[in-house]
Design a protein around this ligand. Structure first.
Ligand code: LR7
Ligand code: MN
Length: 581
């Protein structure tokens, strides 16, 4: 039959694949025919990394589809071709019983072939794109903790089956101290069929960040590769996924490309298309999300659906990076625990220190999005993630870190309670790399991000007096509003401080007066609640300290004090000139 297995480069191939390999080899010899590559190739501008062998003059070839699963072993199998699979209603209790093993339909996943075929979801032109013959090779690193057997296998098979063998140096599985027995001897036994697969076992639960670092350290070793490719352990790499990633790294070693992350449905395991032109972004307080590239940007830059999309941040789990560049950047902050924040860290680091992040529509990988983490956090999940984010904010956000803390994370500033650990190494690294400021990043990489440095600013108008708050000679009084007077300019900060330069308004101990203090973001006494959505409304300014008393203007306009809040008292109603939220 045509399915006789032949082993080459550690891969089991059938006749179809053998043919494909033959085509690869021919392509690699007739490259002179292709003179005008589709992607803007800068031939010869390969990595400046001296540690790799001198590259031969670059020829190019078409992206090899290497779709070994077009004619799958069992076309009728459940979930074949990425189709939705269904379970009979009498099996629903099994589905439910096994759901928590992975927080997706584990019962169904176990019935789907580990090498199922997928629809080739790339834009049409991708198959015609050219890549260099002498692309760097990669180590693929999967970290996992208590991953479901069938999804882990499907992840590995999708890489083995859909990566050109000469570009795949090895697959490193990093077991982050899993507790499940099948991930021990049975996994060793299964993977021993594949010479390219290596398993690294961590002796303690390290979390995905340090697990990736452990995998990368192994990739540095004996089988030294040029590029690291990180993947989650419940993915399916699609046709032609690898070459576009390596091509971008080859063209510019400081480019960090990510595949389009498609969706493997957690209920029916179908492979679902995602919208075009999606880029990775964040919102405050450093929450990752997707957003469509603005239409005018697409027009202005003549973007096609196959062009790389520059992203302010990456999702985190799926990307390729030049190995030496990864280490030049200081890899990840090893002080980040378990899960979360590392995608922000590496994204800011890449952009601010001279690199770029992009999504390549010609590279596509499916990922099972789960509603919950299916593994335990050694410490509280929320606290772990918050702490990671605070580390990132402290090192990378400069004056913008107030926006992070100000969106619900004030409590993290109480360092007596929350220990975010030592940051000296990270801060030194940023200096050493001479990275740009966060403001530069916002202005140049993510200009559509709203990041006003304060919540409100300008004069503070008191409705009862129809005058403005004035800070003069260390005391507060009121004068006719005058925008040109510096003494009338105040900021209402993300930390809820009412601030003029370094001076902040605070309530005075017992007598309900006020005090002027040096501003201190960690001082709860300096925080005032003030809600105002429009400048048409004046609102209370309420101290978050001292029983929620309201700031009130003295009727003669010579002072301010605190009083019991009264919604009818217009001397307690204030409005700033500009509101940024
Ligand atoms: O302690 C851990 N040790 C691990 O080895 C925790 C996790 N892991 C492994 C885990 O088995 C998995 O393979 O690390 C991988 C990622 O963990 P997930 O799948 O629980 O993460 P996620 O998909 O929910 O989360 C996204 O954000 C994370 C933030 O830390 C990581 O960057 C993930 O890699 C990332 N996943 C993706 O980018 C896929 C697309 C998701 C989106 C949007
Ligand atoms: Mn994941």
């Amino acid at each position: 039959s045509s399915n006789v297995d032949v082993k080459e480069n550690g891969l089991t191939m059938n006749q179809e694949q053998k043919k494909e390999m033959a085509i690869i080899k021919t392509h690699l010899n007739i490259t002179k025919e292709f003179t005008k590559p589709v992607m803007k190739l800068k031939v010869g501008e390969a990595s400046k990394d001296n540690s790799t062998a001198v590259r031969k003059p670059a020829g190019v070839h078409r992206v090899l589809s290497l779709d070994v699963t077009v004619a799958p072993r069992n076309a009728k199998a459940v979930g074949q071709f990425g189709q939705a699979a269904f379970v009979a209603s009498k099996e629903n209790s099994e589905v439910r019983r096994r759901w928590d093993e992975g927080h997706f339909n584990v019962y169904l996943s176990d019935q789907i072939p580990v090498d199922r075929a997928l629809p080739d979801t790339r834009p049409e032109m991708c198959a015609r794109n050219l890549v260099h013959d002498n692309l760097p090779s990669t180590s693929v690193i999967f970290c996992f903790v208590d991953e479901v057997w069938s999804t882990l296998l499907r992840s590995v098979h999708s890489v083995l089956n859909r990566s050109p063998p000469h570009l795949l140096k090895e697959i490193i599985l990093v077991d982050d101290f899993s507790t499940r027995d099948y991930l021990k001897a049975p996994l060793d036994a299964y993977m021993s069929q594949f010479p390219k697969v290596r398993i690294v076992r961590l002796k303690e639960r390290e979390g995905l960040i340090r697990a990736r670092l452990a995998g990368a350290a192994v990739a540095k070793g004996k089988y030294s590769c040029e590029v690291l490719t990180f993947l989650d352990s419940h993915v399916e790499c699609n046709v032609g996924w690898l070459e576009p990633l390596l091509e971008r790294v080859y063209l510019d070693r400081k480019t960090v490309p990510c595949p389009v992350i498609e969706v493997i449905n957690d209920k029916d395991m179908s492979y679902m298309l995602v919208d075009n032109f999606q880029r990775g972004i964040f919102k405050w307080p450093l929450v990752f999300g997707w957003s469509t590239v603005p239409a005018d940007y697409i027009k202005k830059h003549n973007l096609t659906i196959a062009d790389p999309i520059r992203c302010p941040v990456m999702a985190g789990g799926l990307f390729s990076i030049d190995k030496n560049y990864f280490y030049e950047l200081g890899s990840y902050d090893p002080g980040l625990d378990v899960w979360g924040g590392e995608n922000m860290e590496i994204s800011f680091k890449i952009w601010m220190c001279g690199g770029e992040i992009e999504i390549l529509p010609c590279s596509r990988v499916g990922h099972i999005f789960r509603g919950q983490n299916p593994y335990k956090f050694p410490k509280d999940r929320q606290k772990t993630v918050e702490r990671n984010l605070a580390r990132v904010a402290e090192v990378w956000l400069d004056e913008y870190k107030d926006l992070f803390y100000g969106h619900g994370f004030q409590h993290l500033l109480n360092r007596q309670v929350i220990d975010i650990g030592n940051l000296t190494d990270q801060i030194d690294l940023r200096k050493k790399l001479k990275c740009k400021s966060f403001k530069w990043y916002l202005d140049n990489v993510y200009p559509d991000m709203k990041a006003p440095i304060v919540k409100a600013e300008g004069m503070v108008f008191n409705r009862g007096l129809r005058k403005c708050l004035t800070l003069q000679n260390s005391s507060l009084s009121f004068e006719m509003c005058d925008l040109s007077k510096k003494s009338q300019h105040f900021n209402y900060t993300w930390m809820k401080l009412i601030r003029q330069q370094d001076v902040c308004v605070a309530p005075q101990g017992k007598n309900n007066g006020f005090a002027l203090q040096p501003c201190d973001n960690t001082e709860p006494a300096q925080r005032w609640s003030h809600k105002s959505i429009t400048t048409a409304l004046a609102e209370h300014i309420i101290t978050e300290f001292l029983n929620h008393l309201c700031l009130e203007a003295g009727p003669k306009g010579d002072t301010v004090y605190l009083n019991t809040c009264d919604s009818r008292n217009s001397l307690q109603k204030w409005q700033f000139t500009h509101y940024n939220f």
